[in-house]
Design a binder for this molecule. Sequence first.
Ligand code: BG6
Length: 497
Amino acid sequence: MMEKLTFGSEFLFGGATSASQYEGGYLEGGKGLTIADVMTAGNKKQARTVTWRDPLTQENKQATFGLHGPLQIPRGVELMPLEDFYYPSHEASDFYHRYEEDISLMAEMGFQVFRMSFSWARIFPNGDDAEPNYEGLAFYDRVIDLLISKGIQPFITLQHYDMPLNLVLRYGGWKNRKLVDFFYRYATLMIDRYQDKVKYYMTFNEINVLDNVPFITAGLINNSEQDKAQAAHHQLLVSAMIVDFAHQLNKQIQVGQMFTYQPTYPLTSDPKDTLAIMEWEKKSYFYSDMQVKGIYPTYRQKYYQRHQVKVHMEPDDLEIIKSYPADFIGFSTYSSGVMTVHDDKGEFVEGNMVRTIPNPFLPTNAWGWTIDPDCLRIALVTLYERYQKPLYIVENGIGWHEQLYEGCIINDAYRIDYLKQSLRGIHQAINLDGVDVRGYMMWGCIDLVSAGTGEMEKRYGFVYVDKDNRGQGSGKRIKKASFDWYRQVITDRGFND
Ligand code: BG6
């Protein structure tokens, strides 16, 4: 029997993007280079790289980063974009020039909220500049004003995998305490500027990815436990300082923490599998525990002792972190993972910034991400039980290969099915489990560049963007079948299941 799943009027429906994957205009309007601007495109088999020119031989060089291990580059090299390579962030989906058209499409779907990130280097091109770049501010003024005029609330991430490159080259990334001041200056400028316009902020996208891919989250060249711990401390500290600043400015402004959470299941009933998951989850929970509960958890203190890590702090740091917890949790969940200590086949599937093994009960997409109808409900219940904080799903969606044929609509029934499963899970979490979920932002609502592989053709959107993996194409926007479906869901505040 059909059942209508409805969502209350307060529940926010919308979509999500990030500057380096969507905005483009990488050197326009005075913007400086970011770490994303030196990342080449890869694919499922070939990892993304960063590039530089050998100062002695003048040869072009590249090195991989990501789940494949630490970035192996010689000390002191200047990462830079080079003419022989293709960098998908440079033009991305060209929101920089097409924001009016895109925001109209979002409004047509009835978005109540749009998650985007500000690019720090558009405001402070080198990260450490004394004065902001007014052209960059003017761009975001136009975007924010347009969103508001269309009844769409901006939901802002302050750093989403694209810190200014200069802060990596000159300061060594977030392990350097100076970044606390630089980021604070940038973040407070933006929060102050939009104090009557923007109510929702998150400081760092997927902050817990710092543990396994520290280059994209914190600009760290090596993966040493010491540097990661120090960088994490700085990001956690400045996040608390920003909560304090925002609340003093305007009590309406909310600053959330953002992390990625992928439910992980044991493959066998061997307790060692469950223990392995426990160990793995503690790595993620560290960040949300800190931002919500405000103290260094005992498991992390023990971990640091075991690894001879000494976090350098100033006298008030712990008090600041404790005093200003995040207002809400924003999180990304796309799929689930499986772990076992009995993995002798060495098979693995990649999920969102993690590797696990295949789940024999569930299908995957072409990139091996498990399609799990229950993962979102499990995530919501788990996080609510742990934190009792309002939750926003700020990323969820499915990447798919899609081909455009003249005169035909892309019938993305697989995406509609996936989204139905997600919304069903949210509905259950609200109505059966009593979880306080406030909103759903579908990732990549208009096609954008994949963060993991750098491909354009890992498409997530309700709207197709006519560009391929080499940046070729008109950039034209074309609605997919899911566009009308989502519009109807928002109009009806739900759907018949
Ligand atoms: C998250 C990121 O890791 O997942 C996004 O916050 C990213 O930036 C998204 O795009 C989906 O991952 P991918 O690798 O398919 O782009």
